[in-house]
Design a binder for this molecule. Structure first.
Ligand code: HEM
Length: 239
């Protein structure tokens, strides 16, 4: 979709279907992803009140007494960035990315060596589990010295992304927006929407547990995206 362009004279019914499909993809890919990022963040903030307090202090500091916040101010909010990054590490929304093997025009066929002795046939689909990678403490397959990915991966810890810890992160193991030339086209908009929603909500409200708040959940097996198998409720409290 990103690479293809068409002149008006080539336009026909099939293209219209294609256009509608693209619009539908934008609607689904652009809405649920950001709203789930906000939901999962609020779920974690309810269970991690120190993180919520720190985030709300930053929001109040940057928001000030205005009734809106500018795009530039939003980008300056370092802790907000860390919180959203950590949500997308632990919950990542799209559990896997899909690719198809395209063989080089000439020369050696693509193989999985040195990890496996396997020649990949042309057209073979690959499913890369971002979920497994982003919740993996270490990867030690075929490596003498295990590479650290995410220590204590179930822990929600925005300080993983603090500037002083940047060099400890293996960014090859972080891909909530996919990877390569076909990664998410709406990454900046997605981050902006999620951050704006959180900032506007938490500016004058906190979130806390209520009777219906769950402590943990399993992933819903019936959706292609990462979602809870039960509804997530929190109590919204105005300051
Ligand atoms: C937090 C928000 C979002 C997350 C976590 C997310 C995640 C992803 C992921 C993992 C992929 C697959 C990339 C790959 O295969 O390497 C993807 C693709 C895509 N996303 Fe997003 N996305 C988000 C927001 C958005 C928004 C706001 C839009 C549009 C308005 C959007 C539109 C798309 C489209 C069109 C693709 C397919 C790109 C292609 O195949 O060339 N996404 N997204």
């Amino acid at each position: 979709m990103k690479r293809e362009t068409q002149s008006q004279k080539d336009f026909n019914d099939k293209d219209l279907e294609y256009l509608v499909a693209q619009a539908a993809l934008f609607q689904t890919a652009g809405f649920e992803t950001s709203s789930s990022t906000m939901t999962m963040t609020l779920f974690e903030l309810v269970h991690n009140t120190a993180i919520q307090d720190r985030l709300r202090s930053e929001i109040k500091e940057y928001f000030g007494y205005e009734d809106h916040i500018s795009y530039e101010r939003l980008q300056e909010m370092a802790y907000l960035g860390q919180v959203v990054n950590e949500t997308l590490r632990k919950y990542l929304i799209a559990g896997f990315v899909e690719r198809e093997c395209a063989q080089p025009q000439s020369g050696e066929k693509f193989t999985l060596k040195p990890h496996y002795d396997f020649k990949v046939p042309s057209g073979m689909p690959f499913y890369v589990s971002i979920l497994e990678i982003q919740r993996d403490e270490k990867v030690n397959i075929c490596l003498k010295v295990p590479i650290k990915y995410w220590p204590d991966p179930e822990k929600y810890d925005p300080d993983r992304f603090a500037p002083e810890n940047r060099d400890k992160i293996n960014m090859d193991a972080y891909m909530p927006f996919g990877i390569g030339p076909r990664n998410c086209i709406g990454m900046r908009l997605g981050l902006l929407q999620a951050k704006l929603g959180l900032v506007n909500l938490l500016h004058n409200h906190s979130v806390a547990k209520c009777d219906k708040t769950i402590d943990s959940f399993k992933f819903d097996v019936k959706t292609p995206i990462i979602a809870s198998n039960v509804d997530i409720y929190v109590r919204l409290q105005k300051d």
